[in-house]
Design a protein around this ligand. Structure first.
Ligand code: SAM
Length: 248
């Protein structure tokens, strides 16, 4: 039985890939692997959506979770679910709005940035703000440049000699009235805003710059042991999504 099978309300409170195999597989990477970091921690869940990862963090022993989410209806779903599953109100809070406004001045031990790093063009600024929370451990689960398009880093020790753009960001448009996409911001025109899908080397470049070492979840190994989940994990299995663990 997967984690979310015990809390099936999460299969009904979101339209953003709420599939059992997908949520339970992501739980292995985001929560199970990191229980030692999460236990007793103050956790920030950026783009907390219907509360799925904030709730999972509490179940894994987090002391407190803060969710930041601009869509009030998703926060309402989260609060209803937390109540239904008897979660003490003192252990969680949800802030409604844009992460770039609401993260400032707050302290956390662990930050989740799950399904959000490709819904912004402000990657460096977001990493800076995450670093300023004081967090020692950050999970970034994000779409990335497809493996076939990726340019490898050629480290030569000179930060100004970078060839062929390994740290590229693919520009895309997000429809801002879609619950799984970016919230409307100053870049929005005609219902769409500009966002960027970073390359894997770009995520590593940012982590290193802000003082974190980084590891990547081995989805290939996971899929070889759990082939039945692949149909609901195409973005991961086809090489255009990955899960990064940053620690310092
Ligand atoms: C693809 S969903 C990810 C949901 C969940 N974190 C997960 O990984 O399963 C993207 C979420 O980002 C939220 N979001 C969009 N713009 C945001 C912003 N500026 N600040 C915080 N959250 C935002 C959306 O409302 C949506 O809930």
């Amino acid at each position: 039985m997967g984690f979310f099978d015990q809390f099936p309300r999460f299969y009904t409170t979101s339209q953003t890939s709420p599939y059992p195999h997908r949520l339970n597989s992501r739980h292995s990477a985001v929560i199970q692997r990191n229980v030692d970091w999460i236990k007793g921690a103050r956790v920030l869940d950026i783009a907390s959506h219907d509360g799925r990862w904030a709730f999972a963090a509490l179940q894994a022993g987090a002391a407190h979770v803060t969710g930041i989410e601009p869509r009030q209806e998703l926060i309402d779903n989260a609060i209803t679910t937390f109540r239904e599953y008897d979660t003490a109100p003192s252990r969680f809070s949800f802030l409604c709005g844009d992460v770039f406004d609401l993260i400032k001045g707050k302290q956390f031990d662990v930050v989740f940035c799950l399904g959000f790093f490709y819904h912004t063009m402000r990657h460096a600024e977001l990493f800076d703000l995450i670093e300023r929370t004081g967090a020692k451990f950050v999970v970034i689960d994000t779409e990335v440049t497809p493996t076939v398009d990726e340019v490898q880093e050629q480290a030569n020790g000179d930060p100004r000699l970078v060839y062929a753009n390994p740290y590229g960001v693919q520009m895309l448009l997000d429809q801002v009235d879609n619950e799984q996409m970016a919230w409307s911001d100053s870049l929005t025109r005609n219902g769409y805003t500009i966002v960027g899908r970073p390359s894997r080397p770009a995520v590593k470049f940012l982590a290193k710059h802000f003082g974190f070492s980084i590891e990547v979840f081995n989805w290939t190994d996971f899929f070889s042991r759990n082939p039945h989940v692949i149909p609901s994990m195409a973005d991961y299995s086809e090489g255009w999504r990955d899960t990064f663990f940053c620690e310092r």
